[in-house]
Structure formats: C-alpha cells, structure tokens
Design a protein around this ligand. Sequence first.
Ligand code: BEZ
Length: 282
Amino acid sequence: MKWNSTLFRRLKFTEAQYRTHLRLRYQEIPMSSDQTWNPQRYAEHAHFVPALGQPLLDLLNVKAGERILDLACGDGVLSKKITDVGGIVVGVDSSAEMMQAARKRGIDARLMDAYDLKFDSEFDAVFCNASLHWMKRDPDAVIAGVRRALKPAGRFAAEMGGHGNVAAITVALFATLQRHGVRDPASASPWYYPTVDEYRGKLERAGFRVEYMELIPRPTPLPTSMKGWVETFAMPLFRPLPESERESALNETVEMLRPVLCDAKGRWTADYVRLRFLAFAR
Ligand code: BEZ
C-alpha cells in the first residue's frame, strides 16, 4: 500500500509507527510457535524441569530392554535416566540445538516435528515431559502420531501444563500486552493447557484407554528469577510489540507478579499445575 506522507506529517507520527499501530489494533496476531530453545539458558533457568521428572519416570516404570520414544526430549537429561535403567531410547525434538545437546549425552536423538511423527508400531512406550502444552496448533495430530508409534498395548506416559497452569503469570503477560496495544493477547499465546476431560477425550478418540490422569497443582520455586523464566519461555508473546518496547514490557510483567509470586527474601515461585497421565493403546 502507498501511504500519503503529508498525512503522516500532519498526524505527527511516522509511517512505521502507524503501521505498528495498525498491526497491533486490527490484525489478528498469529499463534506464536516460534519459541527458540537455548540449551545453556535452559540449563540455567529451567534445570528444575527434568529434576522434577521423577514422578513421571515412576509412572513410565521402564523395564530393561524396552524401546522408549522420548517425545520432545530436549537436552536429553531424562532420556539418559531412562537409558540408565535399561531402556533403549530414541529421542526426538524439533530444536536442532536441543537435539545436539541430547546427542552429546549419548542419546540417539533425531530432529523431528511432533505433529508429524515418522514411526510405526516401534515402541513399547512413549514418554513426554513438559512439552505437550507447546503443541497447541494440533494436539490431535500429536496424539495420533504417538498412537501410531506404539506397539500393540504400548503405553503413553506424559506430563504437561494442565488447566490453570501458570495462571497468574499468564494474566500478567496478557495485561501487559493489552496495555501496550495488543488487542487479543490470548491468540498470541503459544500454550495449550487442557482440562482432564478435554485431554482424556482426545486420547480416547485416538484409540487409547486412560488408566490414570490427574491435575496436580505444583507451585515451583524458580532457580533464578521471574525475569529469567519469562526470558526462557515467554518471549514469543512479546513479538507483536516493537523491539524497543519489549524490555520495558518484560519488566512491567515481572513487577506486576512481584506481590503474588515473590517472597520477602526475593525468591520466586511459578504457579505450575501439571496434567499427568498414563494411557494404553487399545
Ligand atoms: C510448563 O512446564 O508448564 C511451562 C513451561 C514453560 C512455559 C509454560 C509452561
């Protein structure tokens, strides 16, 4: 589109500012699936993620010699725990950096899109920790790929963010974005936090029998700070803002959360809620 520069001079803002204004006010913001993963940042700000994976490993209950697919294996910390007890693990991740980090731990890790898993009746179990909530675009495609990957009666053991997960953090993010002119922040959210009923229904429709499923509130102390958490996990939400506004929007979010998620000693807690389940292929 050709813009009339005299009009912009009269309105006292630049064409670039006006374009940003239009983009924020009127254009639907696409769901951000462009989260980037940095193994060093992840290890610093989010090492609690694999460290809190033991209950899920217990639910998986791997037996020596079983073939296990670690879906979204990340840097392979939990894949390694599965191999340590005799599982034969294939890890897949859509991040080349994370996949390389897993390979450095000796894991057979492959670059693969979780929406398009390329396995057929190969695994005794599929394991997935803290990742399914990133697969918002088409959760049914992910579940169908998992079902295909399993041998008859194979199992799917997973934990993800469930309904109400990081609710306070999400409200602060959305409120900040709205103050910066983003009309519909929920559409920019990359996260999917289903209820028990919703995810159970999806699993059953895909040919699973759900043996166990529970929503578990798990307030989680952060190893560094809320700023570190937001920088590690939530930057795609700030992408609709001009780059020059992102740092101040990030600081505003953190300050909004301080009275509710930071204690008197400056220690931060994230309001996590997990959805943990074990399902068997029918
Ligand atoms: C989670 O594990 O629940 C989570 C991690 C990062 C962003 C959002 C949720």
